[in-house]
Write a protein that binds this ligand. Structure first.
Ligand SMILES: CC(C)(COP(=O)(O)OP(=O)(O)OC[C@H]1O[C@@H](n2cnc3c(N)ncnc32)[C@H](O)[C@@H]1OP(=O)(O)O)[C@@H](O)C(=O)NCCC(=O)NCCS
Length: 172
């Protein structure tokens, strides 16, 4: 196994709870406490899912899945803030969180899933492209502030293989 490709880590993925607050804040210090609180609250209410990846008893990554989508596209949940601790990247944790988000969206019967990514974030774009995400065509826009700088982002979307027969009346 080369240093460039360390062994995949077998992390546990579960919804975040109040007890994870401090570790989440330490994982990504730029993150405002208010956003952590909102995400925990929306997870409790079932509006969204805030997932953490745990190695031992340490939070090493997280992702927030906004189940109610965007106002213009409410049926496609939004993946927000996929983030892995710098020392744990390249070991399959981001992939595992992405797979779990897609599974949750599929189980909820959502036909698609979406996210925005920094136009300069080529590493993350590679990951999403490999997963089948494609540009929506919306022009690049300022999606927020990343590391103190306005971040130009583009929107990506992926169709999910939802079984549309699920829940529909049987023709048998
Ligand atoms: C992008 C990110 C979530 C990927 O998580 P990860 O656990 O490193 O990803 P995995 O190990 O499952 O997959 C590795 C792939 O992630 C991508 N990647 C992006 N940045 C990477 C990094 N610094 N180290 C390793 N892989 C990275 C690459 O596509 C890589 O695949 P490749 O080696 O074949 O090119 C993670 O690198 C991260 O937290 N980056 C900073 C925050 C960020 O950019 N988030 C995305 C916001 S849209």
């Amino acid at each position: 196994m080369s240093a460039d490709h360390p062994a995949p880590l077998d992390v546990t993925i579960r919804p975040a709870g109040a007890a994870d607050r401090a570790q989440i804040a330490a994982l990504k210090p730029s993150q405002a406490d208010v956003s952590i609180e909102r995400r925990l609250r929306e997870t409790r209410s079932g509006e969204s899912v805030y997932l953490v990846a745990i190695d031992g008893d340490r939070v090493v990554g997280h992702v927030f899945l906004r189940l109610y989508g965007n106002p213009s596209d409410p049926n496609a949940p939004v993946i927000e803030d996929l983030y892995i601790h710098a020392g744990f990247r390249g070991r399959g944790i981001g992939t595992a969180l992405l797979v779990r988000c897609e599974a949750i969206a599929r189980e909820g019967g959502h036909p698609a899933i979406q996210l925005s990514v920094g136009v300069q974030n080529e590493g993350a774009q590679r990951l999403y492209t490999r997963f089948g995400y494609v540009a929506t065509g919306r022009p690049v826009y300022i999606g927020g502030v990343y590391e103190g700088m306005p971040e130009r982002v583009m929107d990506l979307k992926k169709s999910l293989d939802v079984d549309t027969r699920k829940g529909s009346p049987s023709n048998d």
